[in-house]
Design a binder for this molecule. Structure first.
Ligand SMILES: CCCCC/C=C\C/C=C\C/C=C\C/C=C\CCCC(=O)SCCNC(=O)CCNC(=O)[C@H](O)C(C)(C)COP(=O)(O)OP(=O)(O)OC[C@H]1O[C@@H](n2cnc3c(N)ncnc32)[C@H](O)[C@@H]1OP(=O)(O)O
Length: 212
C-alpha cells in the first residue's frame, strides 16, 4: 500500500537483535559530538534506499518489434529494484548500507530471510552475489557516479545460515579512467567467520546514452 517512495533502509519489526546492533553501531557514528556539546557529521553516512523513479521513453523499436507500447509501458510501470521487490518485511533482503568517504569504504548489513534459501538452511549463492553487487555497486556509484557492473568474481568460503545477519565490507582498490575496482568481504556479524570474498569492476556510464 505504499504510493510514495519509502526508505527501506530504516529498522522495521522484522529486524532481529544482531541486525539492530550493527545498525546502531554504524548509525551512531553518523553524527559526532563537538567539544561544545553540539552535533557534527560523523565518519559514516547511511545511504537511504534507492527508489527507482526513472521513466523511460517508449522507443520506435519497442512499439514495432518487442511486444508493443502496452507491454513495454506495463513492464516499466511495474519495475522495481530487485532487492526491494518483496513486500513482506523480513522475508527476503533486509539490508542497510553505510558509506565512509574518508576511509573509502562502504558496509552493508544484511539479514537474510526465508525466501533466499539455496541449500537447505543456507542462503542461495545468487542471493549472496546480488548483495555483493548491491554493496560494491552502491560504493562504486558513490565514488564514481553512474556505473555498471562489468566483472564480479566471487569465492564462496563458508555457507551463510538462513535468517542470520552478516556484514558486507566493500573497499576501494583503485580507479583507472572509467574503471573502479573494489573488493568485498562477507563475514558473520561478530567477524569470526569469513563467508565470502569478491572483487568487482565497475565501468562509468553515461545514463543518457543508456536511456536513449
Ligand atoms: C540506467 C542505468 C542507471 C545506472 C545507475 C547507476 C547508479 C544508481 C545508483 C545507485 C543504485 C543502487 C543500487 C543498485 C544496485 C546494484 C547495482 C547493480 C549493478 C548491476 O547489476 S549492472 C547490471 C549488470 N551489468 C551489465 O549488464 C553490464 C553489461 N555491460 C555493459 O553494459 C558494458 O560492457 C559496460 C558498460 C560495462 C562497458 O562498456 P563500454 O562500451 O561503456 O566500455 P568499454 O567496453 O570500452 O570498457 C571500458 C573499459 O573497461 C574494460 N572492461 C569492460 N568490461 C570488462 C570486463 N568484463 N572485464 C575487464 N575489463 C572490462 C575495457 O577493457 C575498457 O578498459 P580500457 O579503457 O582500459 O581499455
Amino acid at each position: 500500500f505504499f504510493s510514495k517512495p519509502r526508505d527501506f533502509s530504516l529498522p522495521n519489526s522484522s529486524w532481529g537483535p544482531e541486525m539492530m546492533r550493527l545498525y546502531e553501531h554504524y548509525n551512531s557514528q553518523c553524527e559526532a559530538e563537538t567539544e561544545g556539546g553540539g552535533k557534527q557529521k560523523g565518519p559514516w553516512r547511511r545511504i537511504p534506499s534507492y527508489n527507482r523513479s526513472l521513466k523511460r521513453k517508449t522507443s520506435f523499436f519497442c512499439v514495432c518489434f518487442s511486444g508493443g507500447v502496452y507491454l513495454s509501458k506495463l513492464i516499466q510501470s511495474k519495475a522495481r529494484l530487485f532487492t526491494r521487490s518483496i513486500k513482506e518485511a523480513g522475508a527476503a533482503f533486509e539490508y542497510v548500507l553505510f558509506d565512509n568517504s574518508d576511509a573509502q569504504k562502504c558496509v552493508g548489513i544484511l539479514q537474510a530471510g526465508h525466501l533466499l534459501e539455496g541449500p537447505p538452511g543456507f542462503v542461495h549463492g545468487g542471493a549472496i552475489a546480488t548483495m555483493i553487487d548491491t554493496v560494491t555497486g552502491a560504493h562504486a556509484a558513490v565514488l564514481s557516479g553512474p556505473v555498471m557492473t562489468a566483472n564480479l568474481n566471487i569465492n564462496y568460503r563458508s555457507p551463510i545460515p538462513l535468517g542470520s545477519t552478516v556484514l558486507l565490507e566493500s573497499s576501494l582498490d583503485k580507479t583507472e579512467g572509467r574503471k573502479t575496482f573494489v573488493s568485498c568481504q562477507v563475514t558473520s556479524s561478530d567477524g569470526a567467520t569469513l563467508h565470502t570474498e569478491a572483487t568487482a569492476l565497475f565501468v562509468s556510464i553515461s545514463v543518457r546514452k543508456i536511456l536513449d
